[in-house]
Structure formats: structure tokens, C-alpha cells
Design a protein around this ligand. Structure first.
Ligand code: ADP
Length: 143
């Protein structure tokens, strides 16, 4: 077991459908602890960094404008093995392929945007989480 902190982003689809509280409750039910929470508008620069690994994909411009449709809610979430456990709770990137009972399976887009409008981002590893938390939270905002 290892105590970790992960970055969660409630994406604009979660915000516009008023699903932030419902999804956050699933994380709280697991016993995870909120260490930081804020509403943010994501700039082109921040998104270029955050999504550098998909910057050369044809769908990147669409993802960037989706992530700017509304502010997002960023959260630093702590818990034992929280990084892998949250990824399991989310389900796969493609919401249409995500099983019922997962967050993306229950709340993600099931139509043509299923691979993009998938409710939440969550860090995929210990090093990524450290870099992403620094990217989205200033010194003193994770408590
Ligand atoms: P994840 O967020 O599950 O770790 P990736 O890092 O591969 O997935 O992709 C980042 C985000 O880009 C996804 O969460 C999704 O919003 C979007 N995305 C990924 N693949 C596609 C695709 N084929 N078409 C449209 N959007 C995509």
C-alpha cells in the first residue's frame, strides 16, 4: 500500500450536467481525502502542456475546445493507491466501452463523442500525478 495524491479534473461535460457532486461522492465513498479543490478556466498554454501526449493527434483541437467549453473543477485527492483505484473507478477512455458501474460508463457520452466527453481526467502514474498537481495547483493550495 502507498499513500498517494492524484489530480482529478471534472471536465466541462460533468460541470454542465451538474454531475460534480455525484461523481465526487463516489470518491468520498472510497474513503479518499480532498486536499485541494478549485474552479479553473484552462488556457491554451496549460492544455498544450497537459495534453502534450496527444498534441499530434487529429482530435487534439477538438479536445482543447471541449476542455474550454466551461470552467473545470480541479481536485487533489489523497488515499492509499488512489492513482490506480481512481482509474479503475473511471473506467476506460472510451465511455461507450466503459462498464455500467464505472463513472465513465454511467455518466460519459455514449454517442459520437464517447472517447472525448468522458467526465473526468485522472493522473495515470505516480510521476505524472506529481507533475500534474504542480501544473494545476499553486504552492499552498494543496493542504
Ligand atoms: P485518459 O484521459 O483516459 O488517460 P488519454 O490520455 O489517452 O486518455 O487522452 C486524453 C483525453 O483526450 C481523453 O480523456 C479524451 O477526453 C480525449 N481523447 C482521447 N482519445 C480520443 C479520441 N480518439 N477521440 C477524441 N478524444 C479523445
Amino acid at each position: 500500500m502507498s499513500l498517494e495524491t492524484t489530480l482529478i479534473l471534472f471536465k466541462p461535460d460533468a460541470v454542465s450536467k451538474n454531475l460534480v457532486g455525484t461523481v465526487l461522492a463516489r470518491f468520498e465513498k472510497e474513503g479518499f481525502t480532498i486536499r485541494g479543490l478549485k474552479v479553473m478556466k484552462l488556457s491554451d498554454e496549460l492544455l498544450a502542456e497537459h495534453y502534450a501526449h496527444i498534441a499530434d493527434k487529429p482530435f487534439f483541437p477538438e479536445v482543447r475546445s471541449f476542455m474550454q467549453e466551461s470552467p473545470v473543477v480541479a481536485m487533489a485527492l489523497e488515499g492509499e493507491n488512489v492513482i490506480a483505484r481512481v482509474r479503475d473507478l473511471l473506467g476506460p477512455t472510451d465511455s461507450a466501452a466503459a462498464e455500467a458501474g464505472t463513472i465513465r460508463g454511467d455518466f460519459g457520452d455514449k454517442g459520437g463523442d464517447a472517447k472525448m466527453r468522458n467526465v473526468c481526467h485522472a493522473s495515470d502514474g505516480v510521476e505524472t500525478a506529481q507533475v500534474e498537481l504542480k501544473r494545476f495547483f499553486n504552492e499552498g493550495e494543496i493542504i
